[in-house]
Design a protein around this ligand. Sequence first.
Ligand code: 13P
Length: 248
Amino acid sequence: MARRKLAAGNWKMNGLSASIAELDALIENASGAAAEVLICPPATLIAAFAARAKDGGVVIGGQDCHAAVSGAHTGDLSAEMLADAGAAYVIVGHSERRADHGEMNAQVHAKAEAAWRAGLTAIVCVGETEAERNAGKAEEVVGNQLAYSCPDGATGSNMVVAYEPVWAIGTGRTPSNEDIAQMHGFMRAQLVFRYGNGGNEMRLLYGGSVKPANAAEIFALSDVDGGLVGGASLKATDFSAIVAAASG
Ligand code: 13P
């Protein structure tokens, strides 16, 4: 099965109801794109975005979910709620959740299983800090995150992995193309070892300072099946250029 490229936008804590104009522009620009196009807006906008995107070529996702179906968890959202609002994907284990909320691999693992329970595709995020890379431990760290954050039963249709080196997020810095290809090759080998052919069918996204100027060369690297994009996904013009790069 050929892996269809995925251009995913993570809006993080950005966007108000007026931002639907950006979604409209993106739907128009991305119509007919070869790549799959995903926007993960803040949870407050998921229902409105999903309703608007329903007949367009854009799918909508959440940025996080709780592992439980429901219960006394003030402020949290279950995967079922995201699905009910119209989400098809959910990001789990983003480094900002790991850092700001102390999320550990075991929680990320439970959230990925919750995503599947609700019929969502989980985008599991991994990535080393700068200190870990400088210490020569990038593969060890990412290998551990993969082993303990990804549940058994992952397939090419229920899980996407996003490699986001922490030091490349929002900094304008990216690893060299060789380093990205090396890490993606390493992740592919780990996933094939664990999941067999399913590991070949999973999409592996690169994230961290992807922008129109570098997207095409990054997406052309072997085992890079698209991108998870923060800042450059907020403006339809920039993100449309990234979608075009993923479709090229
Ligand atoms: P930037 O594209 O802003 O570096 O963010 C990447 C990211 O964290 C996407 O999840």
